[in-house]
Design a protein around this ligand. Structure first.
Ligand SMILES: Nc1ncnc2c1ncn2[C@@H]1O[C@H](COP(=O)(O)OP(=O)(O)O)[C@@H](O)[C@H]1O
Ligand SMILES: C[C@@](O)(CCOP(=O)(O)OP(=O)(O)O)CC(=O)O
Length: 486
């Protein structure tokens, strides 16, 4: 008898009553509390998997080190997952004549898309809504992969945290239990300014994660790699190019040291987009790296929005053109930049070890950092590595003509380094005029925020209300999203 069958047989409708009766009956039977609790966990898990409503969320990202290099599978990148998350609430509804998937994104105008399954080939037709290549690709790919034999009618509601988009002209709506709050825009999604935290990667990841979880009646852990592979394929398909995929990998696995997969994995499918090929590729173990990481205790990521804007594809094409034209210089610069990136990874790792070995000494060093120059050698290495990364990115800027760390950002980052508790900063990702990322001593954050408010050198920076949240895709409590309709 499964735990679900037992609870059904007991016919107890209230979960709390059932929980106590299961724990109590195990204890009476002499099986002990642990067995009882294990059983209870099974009941809860079964209930979650069988439930008609489930919810998921996946994080946005900041690429702290490894911009451009991460396009090449020879190099590692350091990616931080952020507290800004994309959410999907999935519900199974009464099955209509034709199986369908409906996606609503109520925070944006015209945020409604319906896809019907067309034939036995598991092809999909969009029957309502404007074009949304990311939503379309995620739905199409998952149906092709799953080949559902039974009729279905899934309804997904997307919610995105405030950090992904401009907060201008918005209205805040809280869920019934107060657990979540989202900002509602009047304009359609395509007309709302983005902040560059990876909304499309988060979107594709939660749609893929929620659909695969319900089709397979599975918990996330069992199918996470498959969700990753499917989300990468869909994201590349929607973008019409095979990118480095660091944003999708962070949405699935959270903060990671990332080395990309070979583009040929996905190219192979695009050249032969058959179901069998898709299944073979998704089920295979991909050759890529995603090692969990997190910033050391007491060190905080501070993200500054500059609202300058920059176009990643243009910057990338300039860098790649230069790389082709000058292979020797570019190889040397890439190697130097990579060494600086790896020094950063190593310094952060050493700081974790220092914390484990002697917490009070570690905290002491961090606090001293801003008041005098006596700091630990690991903190010094961290400061040096951030400085070196900037030197090489500046060189890349000058050699390629791409505005990766433009002069205005250089002036700003230099000024940031004078702030109390600032260990250094970089232009994240592709760089440009849109953001800066600082690593700072956590206890000095308020001082930094106060000081920069009244200093004209920082007048074009808005500090984003974000922090590292190292966890990747998660199953959430559907009750936290009730009563959010606009
Ligand atoms: N909340 C959302 N609801 C529906 N679609 C979304 C949402 N967020 C992002 N998207 C889709 O992702 C696109 C933005 O993707 P992209 O240009 O890659 O930006 P980003 O750098 O934020 O990922 C939007 O035009 C839209 O198609
Ligand atoms: C240059 C890159 O290596 C990093 C770009 O990082 P961003 O964080 O700037 O990315 P977007 O959100 O796509 O603009 C290109 C890549 O890896 O795809």
């Amino acid at each position: 008898m499964t735990a679900a069958e037992v609870s059904q047989a007991l016919n107890l409708t209230d979960l709390k009553d059932r929980s106590w009766s299961i724990v109590a009956s195990s204890a009476i039977k002499g099986e002990g509390l642990t067995e009882g609790l294990d059983w209870l966990m099974d009941v809860i898990k079964d209930e979650q998997l069988m439930s008609t409503v489930r919810a998921f969320s996946a994080p946005g990202k900041a690429l702290i080190a490894g911009g451009y290099l991460v396009l090449d599978p020879a190099y590692n990148a350091y990616v931080t997952a952020l507290s800004c998350r994309m959410h999907a609430v999935i519900e199974s509804r009464e099955v209509p004549a034709k199986s369908k998937i409906t996606i609503d994104s109520p925070q944006f105008g015209k945020g409604h898309w319906v896809y019907e399954m067309k034939d036995e080939e598991f092809r999909v037709e969009q029957v309502e809504g404007d074009l949304n290549p990311f939503v379309g690709a995620a739905v199409e790919t998952i149906l092709k992969y799953v080949e559902p034999r039974e009729s279905f009618n899934y309804h997904i509601t997307i919610y995105s945290d405030a950090g992904y988009h401009t907060q201008q002209d918005t209205r805040a709506v809280k869920s019934g239990n107060g657990a979540k709050q989202f900002l509602y825009h009047l304009e359609p999604i395509g007309q709302v300014a983005k902040t560059g935290l990876g909304s499309s990667a988060g979107l594709v990841s939660v749609i893929t994660g929620s659909l695969l979880s319900v089709f397979k009646k599975s918990s996330l852990d069992e199918i996470k790699d498959k969700i990753h592979n499917l989300a990468q394929i869909s994201h590349c398909y929607a973008q019409k190019k095979v990118g480095s995929g660091f944003d999708v990998a962070a949405a699935i696995y959270g903060s990671i040291i990332y080395r990309r997969f070979h583009a040929s994995v996905i190219d192979e499918y695009f050249q032969n987009p058959k179901q069998e090929k898709l299944q073979e590729i998704v089920n295979n173990q991909w050759d890529f790296k995603h090692v969990r990481c997190a910033l050391p205790p007491g060190i905080k990521l501070l993200m500054g929005d500059i609202s300058g804007g920059s176009e990643t594809p243009k910057l990338v094409s300039k860098v790649l053109k230069w790389k082709n034209e000058d292979p020797n210089t570019s190889k040397l610069l890439y190697e130097n930049l990579n060494s600086a990136n790896m020094s950063l990874v190593n310094a952060l790792d050493q700081l974790h070890k220092e914390y484990e070995e002697n917490e009070s000494n570690y905290r002491d060093n961090l606090n001293k950092f801003s008041t005098d120059s006596i700091i630990s050698s690991n903190l010094q290495s961290l400061v040096n590595s951030l400085h070196d990364i900037r030197q090489y990115l500046k060189k890349l800027t000058n050699l390629t003509g791409a505005d990766i760390e433009p002069e205005l950002q250089t002036i700003l980052l230099d000024a940031c380094f004078t702030l109390p508790g600032c260990l250094g900063g970089v232009v994240p990702g592709a760089g440009g005029f849109d953001a800066i990322s600082l690593l700072v001593v956590e206890s000095k954050v308020d001082q930094i925020l106060n000081q920069t408010m009244s200093d004209s050198r920082f007048s074009n920076v808005s500090w984003l209300n974000l922090h590292e949240e190292a966890e990747g895709i998660l199953e959430e409590n559907p009750a936290d999203y009730k009563d959010l309709s606009a």
